[in-house]
Structure formats: C-alpha cells, structure tokens
Design a protein around this ligand. Structure first.
Ligand SMILES: [Zn+2]
Length: 129
C-alpha cells in the first residue's frame, strides 16, 4: 500500500524536471506555515508561489476520486481528513500571501509547468536579480 506522506512521486519528479528545464529554480518540501506540519512540494520563495502536487486517490481528485469498498468507513474518514487538511493548508497559505498552485497527478507536467512558470515570472517583476 502506498504511504500517505510520499515524497518524490512520479508526477512530482516529472513536473520538477520540466520546471528546471525552463530555468526555474525552487526549493522542495518546505514547511511554510508555523502552525502546521504540512510541507509544500515545490516552493518559489521570491515569487511566493507554492505548488502542491496531489495524488488523485489520496486527495480525492474531482475526476478520479474512488471510495474503496473494504473498510469503507475508515477510508471515508481518512480521505475526508486529507481533503480538510488540504483546505486548511490552502487557506493558511493564502492568508499569509502565498499563491498556491494545485497540480493533480493526472495533469500533464508541461501544462502544469506553463501555469506555474507564468505565475512565477509575473510575480518576479520588479525584483532584483
Ligand atoms: Zn485525477
């Protein structure tokens, strides 16, 4: 069974490679909120852009969410808790001025990188290099 707090998942690594190829530099697995142990997968500090790569199953993607039949009650709770934690993280980050980009496992890394690159470059305008 896949562990919940996986790092370096296949979709995350593919996205990181695509961002790196475009000359973007970022930090990985940063804890951005003091009140939360949750880490954010890919972080652009200067542009204040955070990227969360979410597995379709664990984070109940709108297209691919499934409900396991065995231990249905336990899974329903577990997946609900994950969604609630995601919502709290999003709210917390926005409250302190971060822009959060959510990338689903099913998305193409190129499309996701397009969105992220546009946002990062826009938010860097006016900064010294
Ligand atoms: Zn999905």
């Amino acid at each position: 069974m896949r562990r919940q707090a996986r790092r370096d998942t296949t979709p995350e690594v593919a996205l990181r490679k695509e961002l790196h190829r475009r000359g973007l530099r970022y930090r990985l697995h940063q804890r951005l909120l003091q009140e939360s142990r949750t880490t954010v997968d890919i972080v652009f500090r200067r542009a204040r852009v955070a990227v969360d790569v979410r597995g379709c199953f664990w984070h109940a993607c709108p297209l691919h969410a499934t409900q396991p039949k065995a231990n249905a009650g336990w899974w329903a709770d577990k997946l609900r808790q994950n969604r609630e934690r995601d919502a709290r993280t999003e709210e917390g980050l926005r409250a302190v001025g971060w822009r959060l980009v959510v990338v689903w496992e099913h998305e193409s890394p190129v499309d996701a990188a397009d969105r992220i690159e546009a946002l990062v470059r826009r938010n860097r305008i006016g900064e010294c290099h």
